[in-house]
Design a protein around this ligand. Structure first.
Ligand code: NAD
Length: 487
């Protein structure tokens, strides 16, 4: 298992010599200690990326893409190891890591490997006698900061398009969950990605992360994490006016209309909030249910929540693992207390499970709370297996509740009425809307938010625009004097 920094194609200890313990959230035992990257290490990594940039950015794009395709194959060949690492480091149940995290990571590298030689410039029709061509150039060295909730998958979402577009990378995984990002770096080395193109600096946010955000030689910072940290990144980026892309928090509304297929809505809504212990920015964390169907819905939904199998993430039967850290478990339990203080009714959960075999881990029971839309727990991101329930009478009220938060990331609605579905999709303030589904993602479809959920998009052609800049080249074909100089 790699535990050191990856700079200029080599694993090496940090210059400061510090270490960060990495814990298994199932029992809080120590998995390993990793070298702690500090500001000087970030500077070395940026130097390495700068040196690698000319050759990498001018490499035949097909050859760049081919390396990403080989990496996708290597990820599949090493799937079992990545599944175990991710499950041990984050608490993701292996059944999810096997079905989602690892295949989606490979799919992302494959998609952008294919994209590398297909992302085209264009030729606007301009004045007679001139050709104007616009080519998309990579921005240079990009800094990437990822959170702990989907470390493997988000590493691919960040790295794959940036590399396909010809950029070099300095990436900082979250201090809690660095292991799969380091393994990906190792696989990159094995498939032949040149030294310096990808550098990994596992360190704390206020040191390594802050240095990345302010670094004068970093042309762009791509950040996924909390809205509070996103603000700090924007402030730190002002020094050299670097490009910023922000994927921040969310408080996804999930609306169940009176004509919904209730069985499908119950299953889909449980997936929307309980997958990955609710630690998902796009989680459907606010259930907004028509008053005529609320009893029927909750009857099935609460039963389903109570039947979810909590356990060791390495057990293939486990459906819900621990939260990723003790500190985060305490934060979610704090919100359970806030819900009660605000007069919310806890319909199920609201506490850590009292089973002995789970006592050492960071578990929280699937929690359903009836709350008012204005309550703190309906407004603030809890980021756990915690969903609020509120009711509505008509579509206008549902929309007002859905749009009544500062965030705008994921959202869902359950209805059989086509016209209503499209009207709501048009009017919901969100970057993504799922109709009769929730949390479907694909490397080809833009992913990101509005409002305090951030700006910029991951995935598809949109993210290729984010990682490139247009250069407009004017050619005077007839070599005549340009018209405005004619006398
Ligand atoms: P966080 O903001 O605390 O940390 C995210 C990353 O930022 C970590 O790598 C951390 O070390 C780093 N960081 C912290 N302080 C920093 C600083 N001052 N300068 C630079 N980097 C710094 O978030 P978290 O708690 O790790 O992750 C959970 C949050 O991420 C939630 O709010 C969630 O909604 C959000 N998230 C958003 C998306 C999305 O795509 N919109 C996806 C997943 C998670």
């Amino acid at each position: 298992m790699q535990t050191q920094l990856f700079i200029n194609g080599e694993f090496a200890p940090s210059s400061g010599g510090g270490i960060i313990p990495v814990l298994n959230p199932f029992d809080n035992s120590e998995i390993c200690q990793i070298s702690e990257a500090v500001a000087e290490d970030v500077d070395r990594a940026v130097e390495a990326a700068k040196a690698a940039f000319p050759a990498w950015s001018r490499m035949d794009p097909s050859a760049r893409g081919w390396l990403l395709l080989k990496l996708a194959d290597a990820i599949e060949e090493n799937a079992e190891e990545l599944i175990t690492l991710e499950a041990t480091d984050t608490g993701h149940p292996v059944r999810d890591a096997r079905k989602l995290d690892v295949p989606r990571t490979a799919a992302c590298f494959r998609y952008f490997g294919g994209m590398a030689d297909k992302f085209e410039g264009f030729l606007p029709p301009v004045y007679p006698g001139f050709i104007n061509y616009v080519q998309r150039e990579p921005v240079g060295v990009v800094g990437q900061i990822v959170p702990w909730n989907f470390p493997l998958m988000f590493t691919s979402w960040k790295m794959a398009p940036a590399l396909a577009a010809g950029n070099c990378i300095v990436i900082k995984p979250a201090e809690l969950t660095p292991l799969t990002t380091l393994r990906i770096a190792e696989l990159m080395q094995e498939v032949g990605v040149p030294a310096g193109v990808v550098n990994v600096v596992p360190g704390y946010g206020h040191t390594a992360g802050a240095r990345l955000a302010e670094h004068p030689d970093i042309a762009k910072i791509a950040f996924t994490g909390s809205t509070a940290t996103g603000r700090r990144i924007v402030e730190a980026s002002a020094g050299n006016l670097k490009k910023v892309q922000l994927e921040l928090g969310g408080k996804g509304p999930n609306i169940v209309f009176e004509d919904a297929n209730i069985r499908a809505a119950i299953g889909g809504s449980a997936w929307a909030i309980f997958h990955n212990q609710g630690q998902a920015c796009i989680a459907g964390s606010r259930l907004v249910i028509h008053e005529d169907r609320v009893d029927e819905f909750l009857d099935g939904f609460v039963k389903l929540a109570e039947s979810i199998r909590l356990g060791n993430p390495l057990d293939p039967e486990t459906e819900m693992g621990p939260l990723t850290s003790k500190q985060h478990q305490e934060r979610v339990l704090h919100f359970c207390g806030v819900a009660k203080d605000e007069g919310g009714e806890v319909l199920t959960g609201g506490k850590a499970p009292d089973r002995d075999e789970l006592a050492k881990g960071c578990f929280v029971e699937p929690t359903v709370v009836a709350a008012k839309p204005t309550d703190t727990v309906s407004q603030e991101e809890v980021f756990g297996p915690f969903v609020t329930v509120t009711t509505f009478k008509d579509d206008d009220e549902a929309l007002a509740i859905a749009n009544g938060v500062k965030y705008g990331l994921g959202s869902g609605l359950w209805t059989q009425n086509l016209s209503r579905a499209h009207k709501m999709a048009r009017d919901i303030h969100a970057g993504m809307v799922w109709i009769n589904s929730y949390k479907v993602v694909h490397p080809g479809s833009p992913f990101g938010g509005v409002g305090e959920s951030g700006y910029g998009r991951e995935m598809g052609f949109e993210v290729m625009r984010e990682y490139t800049q247009p250069k407009s080249v004017w050619v005077n074909v007839d070599a005549q004097v340009p018209p405005h100089y004619e006398r």
